[in-house]
Design a protein around this ligand. Structure first.
Ligand code: PLP
Length: 267
């Protein structure tokens, strides 16, 4: 059985972070391992605080797992601090030096949808300069794409395409290979479309809006499902399409729990 690794934060309400990622991995028949970057304090009502895990613990965990359960793919989510970003970069550089070409998907978590900062500003800077050139995919939502490119003007499909191209150019400028960008529509019109930019080719995938309040951890689930589909052998476009369908079904079948934005259904 193939093993896939998530490097992300812990959400005690199980809607996002490593717990959600592990459920997505299991739903795809893959064995999931996890390294926690930070403990968050949150419920369906939003994130109250986060406490970073010491970088040495993260680095030891990555080395320990790699020794025994080397991953067939890696998903990176919330990192919290610059130190965590640096630790993850060191690990990926070691893998690349060994000749590993496993897929690495980065969900660039910068802020929760409840508005809490989940990556310190120095971490955002390092993520752009050092981490993005080491990954194969990045899956920003509309706001994250704006923060990563310094564009506050993304209000249309054309501007989304330009921002994705900016991001790719910047990564190549920092010595990376062509980055695949999966940008989610967020609040642009129509809201549930996805842009997939592979090298210089753009593909829009039309979205189906699922009316539900159970949207906590949608970004975590999409990036994890994308990684699973890539590890299972889908080509890039099919992987995106299947990941998108997975998320739509998890939203459709979600049962409301909690007083706020509840979790999706991965069972
Ligand atoms: N908590 C953790 C640990 C996360 O990784 C994330 C997002 O990736 C969130 C919270 C925020 O999730 P949401 O924006 O769906 O509330």
């Amino acid at each position: 059985m193939k093993t896939v690794l998530t490097i992300a934060g812990f959400d005690p309400s199980s809607g996002a972070g490593v717990t959600a990622d592990l459920m997505v991995f299991a739903a795809h028949g893959l064995f999931g391992t996890s390294c926690i970057t930070a403990l968050t304090v949150q419920s369906t009502m939003g994130v109250r605080a986060f406490y970073p895990v010491e970088a040495s613990i993260l680095s030891d965990s990555l080395a320990c797992l790699d020794d025994d359960l080397p991953p067939a793919g890696i998903k990176i989510g919330m990192m919290g601090t610059r130190a965590a970003v640096a630790t993850v970069c060191d690990y990926l550089e070691r893998l690349r030096r060994r000749g590993s070409d496993i897929p690495v998907v980065l969900d660039p978590v910068i802020r929760s949808s409840s508005g809490r900062e989940l990556l310190e500003p120095e971490g955002v800077d390092l993520l752009k300069k050092r981490l993005l050139p080491l990954v194969d995919w990045v899956t920003p939502n509309h706001s994250e794409l704006g923060w990563l490119t310094g564009r506050s003007d993304i209000k249309s499909k054309e501007e989304t395409v330009r921002a994705a191209e900016d991001l790719q150019r910047e990564v190549i400028g920092h010595g990376g290979k062509p980055l695949n960008v999966l940008a989610t529509g967020g609040d642009i019109i129509p809201p549930d479309d996805l842009l997939v930019t592979l090298a210089s080719r753009h593909h829009w995938m039309s979205g189906e809006h699922v009316e539900t309040s159970s949207t906590h951890g949608t970004g975590c689930a999409l990036s994890s499902a994308l990684l699973c589909r890539l590890v299972l052998g889908d080509d890039l476009i099919t992987a995106t399409r299947n990941a998108k369908s997975y998320v739509a079904e998890a939203l459709r079948s979600a049962v409301p729990i909690g007083r706020g934005r509840g979790p999706m259904n991965h069972l």
